[in-house]
Design a protein. Structure first.
Length: 106
């Protein structure tokens, strides 16, 4: 499945922030931070992940992202992979909520 939302480049600040979240809390918390960021990007800041229903696709994406972080650590390339998974999950959540399909960004 291709991502239909723009996944921004990962800055060193984002890497540091997610590493700190994982250190203080867990890889699961870092996974939800990535999902929340995807929700905000997809809706222009109008919604966060908490505003969307708790659907299995969000939990499945969190599981996958957490697995990536546990297996490979939190680095620029793993965050990029996580953001792609999160963007796909959020697009599915938004479609289920009746949001118009996001146009693919070039």
């Amino acid at each position: 499945m291709e991502t239909k939302t723009n996944v921004p480049a990962v800055s060193p600040e984002v890497v540091a922030k997610l590493q700190e979240i994982a250190k203080r809390k867990s890889n699961r918390a870092a996974a939800f931070a990535v999902l929340n960021g995807a929700a905000k990007r997809a809706t222009g800041g109008a919604l966060s992940l908490a505003d969307l229903p708790d659907l299995p696709c969000a939990m499945d994406a969190a599981d996958e992202i957490e697995g990536i972080f546990q297996a490979h650590g939190i680095w620029e390339h793993t965050i990029s992979d996580a953001r792609e998974l999160a963007a796909d999950a959020v697009a599915e959540l938004l479609a289920d909520e009746g949001w118009p399909e996001m146009e693919e960004n070039e």
